[in-house]
Design a protein around this ligand. Structure first.
Ligand code: ADP
Length: 237
């Protein structure tokens, strides 16, 4: 199956404001898609609808062929915890917990014992260039290191899709570049798809495809590239 996540004719209004005016988008397997557009164009609303954080007013969201937008809050919350990973602009790590427990947290919330969750969490530190940082609290990490901890936390549950909202927005250019490369590589390496909201064309440049949101509508290719899907084993374009 080429499509992992799909949004169909999504609309969302806030009072008189139309945030989404009928958006169709499909995200392919292990595909990285950048969502760009001016401030206020509807990027975050689209990400929140796709990730089950917000319900669209109309339209549907499907994950691996299953409709998910109409699930109740409890099941959408479980879906976010088990099938999705999240990386935000400022990491949003818990300051009082050491890095390894921040990474272990989604596993513990899913019922894995603390010892087992921390053991699994530690496996991510080496590949993400964080060896020796396991016991540090977020305040003792650089911005780039903290974002790598956030990437590990997003991937530790082996999600189908990682959502990132301006993941390098608080970093300098060179650190942002390295962080984005790691985010794309680590996500693909784990077979997950990536949806990144960004203002930065350099960040979008790391992705397989960019879509533009303007006034709640999408321009750019709403479906995975033919060339891209042809590259995926077992996937028919
Ligand atoms: P972007 O992420 O592209 O900056 P958003 O999706 O945050 O845009 O917002 C799209 C539009 O919806 C904007 O006009 C914004 O002011 C409005 N909006 C977003 N969230 C809310 C909200 N919770 N309440 C009222 N208006 C909102």
């Amino acid at each position: 199956m080429s499509e992992v996540l799909g949004g169909y004719t999504l609309t969302k209004h806030f009072g008189p404001t139309t945030a989404l005016a009928g958006v169709d988008i499909a995200i392919g397997e292990a595909e990285a898609v950048a969502i760009m557009g001016p401030s206020g164009s509807g990027k975050s609303t689209l990400l929140h609808c796709l990730a089950g954080i917000m319900k669209p007013d109309s339209g549907e969201v499907h994950l691996m062929g299953q409709r998910v937008d109409n699930l109740g809050e409890r099941r959408r919350s479980a879906l976010r915890r088990t099938r999705f990973g999240f990386v935000f602009q400022f990491g949003q790590l818990l300051p009082e917990l050491p890095a390894e427990e921040n990474v272990a947290l989604p596993l513990m919330l899913g019922g894995v014992s603390r010892t087992q969750a921390v053991r699994q969490a530690r496996d991510w530190f080496g590949p993400l260039g964080l060896q020796g940082m396991e016991g540090r609290r977020p305040g003792e990490l650089s911005g780039g290191q903290a974002q790598r901890v956030a990437i590990a936390r997003a991937l530790v549950t082996k999600p189908a899709v990682v959502f990132a909202d301006e993941p390098t927005g608080a970093l300098d250019q060179s650190t942002g570049h390295d962080t984005m490369r790691l985010l794309v590589e680590a996500t693909k390496h784990n077979g997950a798809s990536l949806v990144v909201v960004t203002h930065d064309p350099n960040v979008a440049g790391w992705c397989d495809r960019t879509v533009e949101v303007r006034d709640g509508r999408l321009s750019g290719s709403a479906v995975p590239d033919q060339t891209f899907t042809q590259l995926l084993p077992g996937v028919q374009a």
